[in-house]
Every structure is written in structure tokens, then in C-alpha cells.
Design a protein around this ligand. Structure first.
Ligand SMILES: Cc1ncc(COP(=O)(O)O)c(C=O)c1O
Length: 384
């Protein structure tokens, strides 16, 4: 074996030994909630399609019509010839929902975070991250080449201490946090963080990947409880509740124009296929027309947390933290035996010792199935 292959094989063996080796399983998603995997039909509690819009007839029709009209791919970067007319509509719709002057759509949420942060922060800047921020926020922070510090999860006071100690050494400072935390389902203290950034002349950016469509009346984390926390940089993705693909930033006109000029992941990457942009627009129509539908995923998650005595769900994401990788894999296998898909999430997606089942609830999960899942989790998993 050459040195390249033996390097790869040794790395894989190490992952195997730590129960952290992953594999791709062919999964046919039949509708919003049922999947077929390894020849079995399973009810999925592991999908971010919170409103089941990936399979909605209107969303699919919009995508098909866009392909018929504009073709399958966009053909080039948006700044060359990939900026098909559907982008203008999607961006103005996003800006309206988030109540900002403008918006820009990227190829994915990962590309958005990797592109946005280096536009705002350079070598002399400071990026302060909630320690549980998503991996692509870390990626963007590292690409900025500025100083990167983390504050304890949701600890505004700790973020304040770090700003007080370090802000003066840097030309600019950016504080970034998930709005809804992707692996824990809890919410960021956006109002507290905003006040802090204003006090220290720093900028606040929230990643609302898991908030848009499902909290704050469908408008996201800045709008919970009828309040509006005016976060100046609201990033998110179109791949979860929106059921399509792509990332976005909603911000002032000047910031968005700067992104269009400087964000490398926008400039040097091909524009999204027209069908995807059309699907996202159709999904936003559905969310706007039926706000009662948007509350269902959190309601379903709360039905589960009540039945299992877990802390009340704040979003459609409910972690059942088990700790060790092997036990988490066993818990996932046990639920599969009972017809449920509940993926085991292991480090490095979560901190060491924090392996878990990350359950996600969607609008169309039947209450009866949630109750059955809750009994199993209560009686066979949480008991240990
Ligand atoms: C909080 C958060 N931000 C960003 C992303 C990346 O978004 P995308 O899947 O569109 O690349 C995800 C999804 O994995 C996420 O959970």
C-alpha cells in the first residue's frame, strides 16, 4: 500500500476504534416523514425538513416549471451569467421576512458563513463565537485570519468579559452565534448579545439555519414572542424548513452590496440551479400564507419533551444526550428495530462525551407516533 492509502487506512482504523467512523446509507425519502433504508421503511426523526416542504406539491411544481423555463443548472457564477431572474424575487422576499434593507443568496449555508465572515473581519479583527456554533461558522472565522475566541455557550457575561479584555486590540469585532443551536435545539440570547455588541462597538451575526420557518411566527429567532431583536447580520439557510437549498444573508443595503463585491464563496462559485431558487420562493409563499402551519414542529417537539420529562423544547430539535458513542449507536439501532430513524450524532459534530440522538420533529409527524417514540425513549433509553 502506498503512503497515501496507508495514511487513509490508519485514520479510518482510528475512527473505527473510537466508534466515530461514519458511513453513507442510501436513504429514499418517500414523503415528508417516511424513509426507506436498507430495505426497511422507517419513520424519520432525523430530517431538517421541519415543514415537510421538500415534498410539497406546490414546491415541486415550482421547481419543475423553473427547469422547463431556465434549464437545469445556472451555468456560471452569479457575477458572470448565473444570476437568473428568480434571484431578485427570492432576495427581496427574504429581506422582507427579516425586515432588512436587502439580502444576498449564496450556494449553501456553509458557503454563506465561510464567505461572509472574512469580508467583515481581516487579520486585525476579532471574531467571538459561542462555543457551540456550527462548524461552518468556525470555518468562516478561521478563514478571516483574525483572532478567534469562543465564549461559553449562551453566556452573555462571558462574551462581555472577552470583549472588555480584547476589543481594544482589534480594528473590528464580530460576535457570531447560532440562533437555534443545531445540535441542542436551544435559543441564543440575541437581545443580550445585541446590547453587548452595541456597548463594545462590535457587530452581531446570527445563524438562523434552524429558525427560519419554525420559530418567531416563521420569521426566525429575531422575532420570537412578537418582539424584534434588530440583529444587523442575519444569516440562514434555505435547506432546512424551506426544503430547498442555498444560504443567505439579510442586512443593510451597504453590507449586502459589499458581499456581492467581496464574498469569495459567492464570486467564485456557480449560482444555484433555477429550480432550487424557485422551490425556495414557493416554500416562502406557503409559510407566509399559513403561519399556523409553522408552529406545528415546535408543538410536536413539546409533546415529546412533556412525555419524556426532558426540558421543554424551544425549537423542533430535541437532543437525547447519551454520552458514549457506542451506547448512542445502540440506542439508535434499538429505535430502528421499532421502526424509527433516529440518527446517532457523535463527536466531532458534538463535544466529546456528548454523543446523542438528535431528534427533529416536523409538522406532519402523527401524535400517536410521537407518543410511541416517547415511551421507547423513556423506558428503554433514558432509564440507563
Ligand atoms: C447552524 C447551521 N448553520 C449552517 C449550516 C449549513 O447550511 P447548509 O446545509 O445550507 O450548508 C447548518 C446545516 O448543517 C447549520 O445547522
Amino acid at each position: 500500500m502506498g503512503s497515501l492509502d496507508s495514511y487513509a487506512a490508519a485514520k479510518l482504523e482510528d475512527l473505527e476504534r473510537r466508534h466515530q467512523r461514519r458511513s453513507l446509507a442510501d436513504t429514499v425519502r418517500e414523503d415528508g416523514i417516511w424513509v426507506e433504508r436498507n430495505g426497511r421503511r422507517l419513520l424519520s426523526f432525523s430530517c431538517n425538513d421541519y415543514l415537510n416542504l421538500t415534498q410539497h406539491a406546490k414546491v415541486k411544481r415550482a421547481a419543475i416549471a423553473a427547469i422547463e423555463r431556465y434549464g437545469a443548472g445556472s451555468g456560471a457564477s452569479r457575477l458572470v451569467t448565473g444570476n437568473h431572474p428568480l434571484y431578485t424575487e427570492l432576495e427581496s422576499r427574504l429581506a422582507k421576512i427579516k425586515d432588512t434593507e436587502a439580502a444576498v443568496v449564496f450556494g449553501s449555508g456553509y458557503l454563506a458563513n465561510s464567505g461572509i465572515i472574512p469580508v467583515l473581519i481581516g487579520r486585525d479583527g476579532l471574531v467571538l463565537l459561542d462555543e457551540l456554533s456550527h462548524a461552518c461558522i468556525y470555518a468562516g472565522a478561521q478563514l478571516s485570519r483574525g483572532k478567534v475566541l469562543t465564549f461559553r455557550h449562551n453566556d452573555v457575561a462571558h462574551a462581555g468579559e472577552l470583549l472588555a479584555a480584547h476589543r481594544a486590540e482589534h480594528d473590528h469585532a464580530l460576535v457570531v452565534t447560532d440562533g437555534v443551536f443545531s445540535m441542542d435545539g436551544d435559543l441564543a440570547p440575541l437581545a443580550g448579545l445585541l446590547a453587548l455588541t452595541q456597548e463594545h462597538d462590535a457587530w452581531l451575526m446570527s445563524d438562523d439555519a434552524h429558525g427560519l420557518g419554525v420559530v418567531g411566527g416563521g420569521r426566525g429567532t429575531s422575532f420570537i414572542g412578537g418582539k424584534h431583536v434588530e440583529v444587523p447580520l442575519q444569516m440562514g439557510t434555505l435547506s432546512k424548513a424551506i426544503g430547498a437549498y442555498g444560504g443567505y444573508l439579510c442586512a443593510s443595503g451597504a453590507v449586502i452590496e459589499l458581499m456581492r463585491n467581496r464574498a469569495r464563496t459567492l464570486i467564485y462559485s456557480t449560482g444555484l440551479p433555477p429550480a432550487i431558487v424557485a422551490a425556495a420562493i414557493a416554500a416562502l409563499d406557503i409559510i407566509e400564507q399559513d403561519p399556523d402551519y409553522a408552529v406545528l414542529p415546535v408543538q410536536k417537539a413539546r409533546r415529546f419533551t412533556r412525555a419524556t420529562n426532558l426540558p421543554e423544547a424551544q425549537s423542533p430539535i430535541v437532543p437525547v444526550v447519551i454520552g458514549a458513542e457506542e451506547e448512542t449507536l445502540a440506542a439508535s439501532a434499538l429505535l430502528a428495530e421499532h421502526g424509527f430513524l433516529a440518527a446517532a450524532i457523535r463527536p466531532p459534530s458534538v463535544p466529546t462525551g456528548g454523543a446523542r440522538l438528535r431528534l427533529t420533529f416536523t409538522a406532519q409527524h402523527p401524535d400517536e407516533a410521537i407518543d410511541r417514540l416517547a415511551s421507547l425513549v423513556r423506558e428503554k433509553i433514558l432509564i440507563h
